[in-house]
Design a protein around this ligand. Structure first.
Ligand code: CP
Ligand code: NVA
Length: 303
């Protein structure tokens, strides 16, 4: 049994295998072929934070695969009233076949997984968002940018960490620009340096967004205020001045550069309305690919 807690536990081959499987099932779905790969599989979906894409893509995905999804908001289950995470894991994993959880600390996810009898999928923690990266790389493949130079500009957060691991596993060049105070965490930087030695990846850190974006094939960003950081909003908006992806910034990238965003996007902060709408096709393909990539992941984990 294998969990999906972070891309760090997966090889390049495994990551590509999951995405290829997702692409194959996407093709079938587009042709209205719904094979019951996961007939009678029950997926428990625990949310300790809000979600639009993760919830809809996992629930629709498991249904299309012939299984069933149970939406479990921590507001409604005893977890939200203080039942220990390890007890919640031991109960739910005796009743369902697969579990997705969105929570706060990575340690909380790891504790849950430790006590679970069934595979656990990370649906976002403060540290990582690996299912999003499966969809992002699937989108890069579809737009023929699979070997492209990537630039991430903004907050050094769960999305940054996940981009770093993906790039360092797959051997890509990724340039990250954040204000000094919002650098990616040191342990992730160190870990990715190790992965890069094997893969030949280049992970470059700078605090200058222009340096990161210059001639990039893929530009990406994320909110400056992640879930749980709402109280820091005012300070963060000040600290991230100069990091907005606007037309001028995009002009520095290649002419046909992709712009990706995991969403939700906050216009006027990490990206302007103009850049967002000019790249809406790729952004919403990326969002749709959550469905397809996660179907690939669920089938892969259950086999
Ligand atoms: N990108 C993403 O995970 O979106 P949700 O928070 O809506 O699930
Ligand atoms: N960094 C964001 C991602 C949302 C999908 C957050 O954690 O809120």
């Amino acid at each position: 049994m294998k969990h999906f807690l972070s891309l760090k536990d997966y090889s390049k081959e495994e990551i590509l295998e999951i995405i290829e499987l997702g692409l194959q099932i996407k093709k079938e779905t587009k042709n209205k072929i719904f094979k019951p790969y996961l007939k009678n599989v029950n997926l428990g979906m625990i949310f300790e934070k809000s979600s639009t894409r993760t919830r809809v893509s996992f629930e629709t995905g498991i249904n299309q695969l012939g299984g069933n999804g149970l939406f479990l908001s921590s507001k409604d289950i005893q977890l939200g009233r203080g039942e220990p995470i390890k007890d919640t894991a031991r109960v739910i994993s005796r009743m369902v076949d697969l579990i997705m959880i969105r929570t706060f600390g990575q340690d909380r996810l790891e504790e849950f997984a430790k006590y679970s009898k069934v595979p656990v999928i990370n649906g976002l923690t403060d540290k990582y968002h690996p299912v999003q990266l499966l969809a992002d790389y699937m989108t890069m493949i579809e737009f023929n940018k699979q070997n492209g130079v990537c630039a991430y500009v903004g907050d050094g957060n769960n999305m940054t960490h996940s981009w770093m691991i993906l790039a360092s596993k797959l051997g890509l060049e990724l340039r990250i620009a954040t204000p000094d105070e919002y650098k990616p965490e040191a342990d992730v930087l160190d870990m990715c340096e190790e992965f890069s030695k094997k893969s030949g990846a280049k992970i470059i850190y700078t605090n200058d967004p222009k340096v990161a974006i210059k001639d990039a094939d893929v530009v990406t960003t994320d909110t400056w205020i992640s879930m749980g950081q709402e109280e820091e909003k005012e300070k963060r908006i000040k600290d991230f001045a100069g990091y907005t992806i606007d037309d001028e910034m995009m002009k520095l990238a290649k002419d046909d550069a992709l712009f990706l965003h995991c969403l939700p996007a906050y216009r006027g902060y990490e990206v302007t309305e103009e850049v967002f709408e000019a790249h809406a096709d790729e952004i919403f393909t990326e969002a749709e690919n959550r469905l397809h990539a996660q179907k690939g992941l669920m089938v892969w984990l259950m086999n």
